[in-house]
Design a protein around this ligand. Structure first.
Ligand SMILES: [Zn+2]
Length: 304
């Protein structure tokens, strides 16, 4: 399978009424876990490299090249997408590197400036056959180095105008969703989502800040027109859970070396120390198991 355009995957999802998981990666291990999950589930998948997360990556360009290389070898269609593109330079650089989708995040700008900058990116991207995701409204919370305190819900009438003016291929909306771990239970404005979908001229809609929503929230959002669901925090939490369990086991083994032999009624059991390669494989496993859960929930299994 080759790398596919964001648009290709999302239009099929929109028609088929399922959602495609867009999973953020920080390193090769995370990319591996995401691809393995998609292959096992025979699902299309979107791997995202977020400009907002560049400071947390060892080398974003190296991770991008590696992710492209792994995507080309995958047995399912993979989109490699720039998430939250904040600067013209990095968005153009990402297109030049071969990503098949880019997001321009103009959500912090005025409506007119957001339209102007998005139009400029769409013009370049469409010449190169690359899809563009844009955002209207402001999703609050923390994502990487970015933190927004205010929520600006996506205005329905402005959304219609924005799509018409920018000709973006996908639109990220704010309907009460938030980035990072939710501090209080989110209350999604599903009527607003339904109204945006009605005026969106079949442009697929995107939900950011998916981690922490309930399964029911996801199902309802996908039913009402969300085609792409961004997930980052839940992947990290899942991997951290695996690593914590590994470290806990390690410290028990260190402090009570006979615990295994006692549990096995005296049989000789040699506890293994945690090794660095185990940390790598647990990171992959944590990402993979969570991505599988989300792929099943979003309904994209067997859609590859
Ligand atoms: Zn986001």
């Amino acid at each position: 399978m080759s790398i596919v355009k964001l648009n290709e995957v999302l239009v099929a999802a929109d028609k088929g009424k399922y959602g495609v998981g867009a999973f953020n990666t920080l390193n090769i291990e995370m990319t591996k876990g995401i691809i393995q999950a998609a292959e096992e589930e025979k699902s299309p998948v979107i791997i995202q490299i977020a400009e907002l997360l560049f400071p947390f990556m060892p080398d974003w360009e190296a991770v991008t090249v590696a992710s492209l290389c792994m995507a080309r070898k995958a047995k399912v269609p993979v989109v490699v997408h720039l998430d939250h593109g904040m600067t013209f330079d990095n968005i153009v650089k990402a297109m030049h590197m071969g990503l098949s989708g880019v997001m321009i995040d103009g959500s912090h700008l005025s409506f007119d400036e957001n339209v102007k900058q998005t139009k400029e990116i769409v013009k370049i991207a469409h010449v190169l056959g690359i899809s563009v995701e844009a955002e209207l409204g402001t999703v609050p919370g923390e994502e990487g180095v970015y933190s927004a305190q205010v929520t600006i819900m996506t205005d329905v009438d402005l959304a219609a105008k924005y799509i018409e003016l920018t000709r973006c291929d996908a639109l990220a909306v704010c309907i009460g969703n938030a980035h990072g771990n939710y501090i209080k239970t989110p209350k999604l404005d599903l009527t607003r989502l339904e109204d945006i979908k009605r005026v969106s001229s079949n442009v697929p809609l995107v939900l950011h800040g998916g981690s922490g929503l309930t399964d029911d929230d996801f199902r309802k959002c996908i039913k009402l027109g969300i085609s792409k669901v961004n997930i980052f925090t839940d992947l990290c939490n899942s991997s951290l859970g695996k690593l914590n369990a590994l470290m806990l086991l390690n410290s028990v083994m260190q402090s009570q070396p006979n615990i295994l032999s006692d549990a096995m009624h005296g049989s000789e059991v040699k506890p293994k120390e945690v090794s660095y390669p185990q940390v790598i494989s647990e990171t992959i496993e944590g990402v993979k198991s969570e991505a599988i859960k989300k792929i099943r929930l979003f309904g994209s299994s067997n859609k590859a």
